[in-house]
Design a protein around this ligand. Structure first.
Ligand code: HPA
Length: 274
């Protein structure tokens, strides 16, 4: 990744809709792509058409970048993300976040499907991410020579998730009786799910939810100085004593069930964010 590749992807997107200036970015997680249906889309660009975007694998095949409005504000939405387990490097996984920043995005809203480690959680709960554990990722997206224009060598991670946006999200959740939890998200490289011993270990480390995405993107967003709000949808319960075989259909069904709540939450946060 070089500064030039980011600039040329950004210039291409700008050329398609010159007078559009999104300050808010959204990344949609597994099974949560329909949230994009709430966006009043002005332009939809397949990832494959954008210079230097990573080449699609089967999983990220239908990825699109959407420009439009949500909650009355201009947004840019990444419908579909790149995962490390698909074979991308961490820099490829996070390239779209660099492009959002170069487009002028200052606040990033991220969603994902995650396994619930906290025994108080239920499937289809939303969990606002208050902190994360990145230690199981094989490398940082900031490893190596990163152009100095993009951010500091040793970015602070004392509070990756913006307190103001978290407080606003909690208020909106309470006003709308959403089943919302808060907690720590631990990221793993995947693609295999975890063993019971691994779930037990992750819980002992203090995690409330586990998933295969989000943290690389959040690290890069913070490196670039963006404010971040992130929300997991708890798609399966990862309690070692009662663990059942995970089925992708059940995970997608649990994500679909929570999608209206997540859509409401993101739309209202966007409408009311300072
Ligand atoms: N582990 C990792 N990623 C996941 C899980 C899980 O249990 N559920 C949904 N994404």
């Amino acid at each position: 990744m070089t500064f030039d590749t980011i600039l040329s992807a950004t210039a291409y997107i700008r050329q398609q809709l010159p007078d559009f200036h999104p300050e808010i970015g959204i990344i949609l997680g597994t099974g949560l792509g329909h949230l994009a249906g709430a966006v009043d889309v002005q332009l939809s660009l397949p990832y494959a058409s954008i210079p230097h975007f990573p080449l699609a694998t089967a999983e990220s095949h239908s990825g699109k970048l959407l420009l439009g409005t949500l909650g009355g504000r201009p947004v840019v939405c990444l419908q579909g993300r790149f995962h490390y387990y698909e074979g991308y490097t961490m820099q490829e996984v996070t390239f779209p976040v660099r492009v959002l920043k170069a487009l002028g995005v200052q606040s990033l809203l991220v969603s994902n499907a995650a396994g619930g480690l906290n025994p108080a959680f239920h499937t289809s709960d939303l969990m606002l991410i208050e902190d994360h554990i990145s230690l199981f990722l094989p490398e940082s997206p900031l490893r190596g020579q990163i152009p100095a224009e993009l951010g500091p060598r040793w970015p602070d991670m004392s509070r990756p998730y913006d307190d103001t946006l978290l407080a606003l999200a909690k208020t909106i959740a309470a006003e709308n009786q959403l089943s919302i939890q808060t907690g720590t998200y631990v990221s793993v490289p995947g693609p295999q799910l975890e063993t019971r011993a691994e779930y037990r270990a992750l819980r002992m480390l203090g995690a409330d939810a586990v998933g295969m995405s989000t943290v690389p993107e959040v690290i890069v967003a913070r490196h670039g100085g963006m404010r971040v709000l992130a929300c997991s949808v708890i798609t399966d319960l990862c309690i070692p004593e009662t663990l059942r075989e995970a089925r992708i259909e059940d995970i997608l069904a649990a994500a679909a069930k929570a999608e209206p709540q997540l859509t409401l939450l993101f739309r209202e946060v966007i409408a009311r964010m300072p």
